[in-house]
Structure formats: C-alpha cells, structure tokens
Write a protein that binds this ligand. Structure first.
Ligand code: ZN
Length: 243
C-alpha cells in the first residue's frame, strides 16, 4: 500500500455515501488450480473522499491514542503481532469493543519472503488463530499486512489457506506527527495510511485527522468488505474483499 496528501480539498466532501469501482491491485494472481489468491493492495479504488488508517505491530499501548480514536470515531484497522497482542490484549479489547477489527501481521513480524510455504503459513495463519482465540470472530478481519510490505507468490498461497482475501500495503505514512504521502501533498480517495503503535501515535493520528480538517472521511476496511467476517456496513469492495 501506499500514500500522500496533496490537495486536501481534492479529498474533501461533506457527505460520504459509499465507494464504487474496482480494487487497485498490483499483483493479483491465480493459482494453478484456478483459486483466486489474495490481492496485494496499494490503494483502494475509491471515488468517494475516504481514506483508510491502519495501525501496526502493537508494542506501545498508548491510552492517549485510544482517546484520539474515540474522540474522532476513527475506524482504524489494527494489524498485530503475537507477543504485543498477548501482552496488551485488554488494551486492544478497547478497540474491538468499538467494532474495530484486528488482523494478522504475522506471529513474529517475519520477513515472509525469506521463508518457505510452511513457515509462511504458520506465521500468517497461526496469528489469525491467535486472534480468533482471544477475540470474537466478527472482529477478526480477513486481510494480512505483510511485515516490511514484503510478500511473494508463496505468501499469497499461504494466506489463502486461512481465508485471507487481501494483502494491503500503503500509500502514505504518519510518523513523528507528520503525514507523508507517496504521490504528493494531498490525499487521494482510497489512500491507505500506515501508522504504528509508537509513542508518537497520538500525534500521528491527530495529523491524519487534521489533514482532512474534518472533511476526509475514514472508513474501516471491513465497512467495504464482502467477507463473511464482520458487518457489511456499506456496499462495495474493500481491503478484506475477496471474490
Ligand atoms: Zn510491522
């Protein structure tokens, strides 16, 4: 995935009615058996002024960040690793209680491209099982954030065995309170912004919020999902989407 913000007004709108259009995919593939494998998404093809906000890893459970999410009702998406998820599970429960989804970021934050199928499958699907053991199934999303954004065809094959429908990358990042987009200064509809559970997460989330000046609407990945997991709040494709 991917990201930057050039003309905030380009993404601005007072109302959001939904998304339409196909998912942008860089390396969609089909297995020899004809099964569709997860899309590697960099951006959601959206015509509405919405962006997606993801928070990765989970090492620094910031109460202040949680308050920012609550205050702005930001439908963030969490991609978690096993150890921080277990250490701070009650913290993440604060998010799932708001309907926010948790997703696999592998067990150990492994560079999946350095591993063979069995190990990739364990990293990806083992984390899905851990999430499902700790949280209710309806808040465990069906997409994978590959650590370092590194995935290959084996990743797609391994992920598909646990129902993973997409492998979202990002089109922008927020670090140290600053939002940086890959394609310019203003956001584009469907941008996916990457943040992490770090000490600056509250500032990072606030920076994303300020970028839109209340006019960029955030959407949870699952709101666009046709996956059986989670509520389907609006029609259209999303990051969990799998056909
Ligand atoms: Zn990570």
């Amino acid at each position: 995935m991917v990201a930057t913000i050039a003309a905030v007004s380009a993404c601005a709108a007072n109302t959001v009615s939904g998304l339409s259009g196909p998912i942008s995919s860089s390396d969609h593939s089909e297995s020899p058996t004809g099964d569709q494998q997860p899309d590697a998404l960099h951006q959601v093809a959206a015509v509405e002024p919405v962006i997606f906000v993801s928070i990765d890893d989970g090492h620094h459970p910031s109460q202040e960040a949680l308050e920012v999410v609550r205050e702005h009702q930001m439908p963030v998406s969490l991609f978690l690793n096993e150890d921080p998820m277990k250490y701070h599970s009650s913290y993440f429960e604060e998010y799932t209680a708001m309907g926010i989804h948790v997703r696999t970021h592998t067990q150990t934050h492994a560079d999946l491209t350095q591993h063979r199928f069995d190990d990739q499958q364990q990293e990806i699907c083992g984390m899905v099982e851990t999430l499902e053991d700790r949280f209710s199934d309806d808040v465990v999303g069906s997409s994978l954030r590959a650590p370092y954004g590194a995935s290959d065809e084996t990743t797609q094959e391994a992920a598909s065995t646990s129902g993973i429908g997409s492998i979202p990358h990002w089109s922008g990042e927020a670090n140290n309170g600053t939002v940086t987009l890959a394609h310019g200064e203003s956001c584009r509809p469907g941008d996916i912004t990457l943040t992490h559970f770090t000490q600056t997460l509250p500032e990072d989330l606030q920076a994303i919020q300020d970028k839109g000046r209340r006019r960029i609407h955030h959407r949870p990945f699952h709101s666009l999902s046709s996956s059986s997991r989670g509520p389907r709040l609006v029609e259209g494709p999303g990051l969990d989407h799998r056909e």
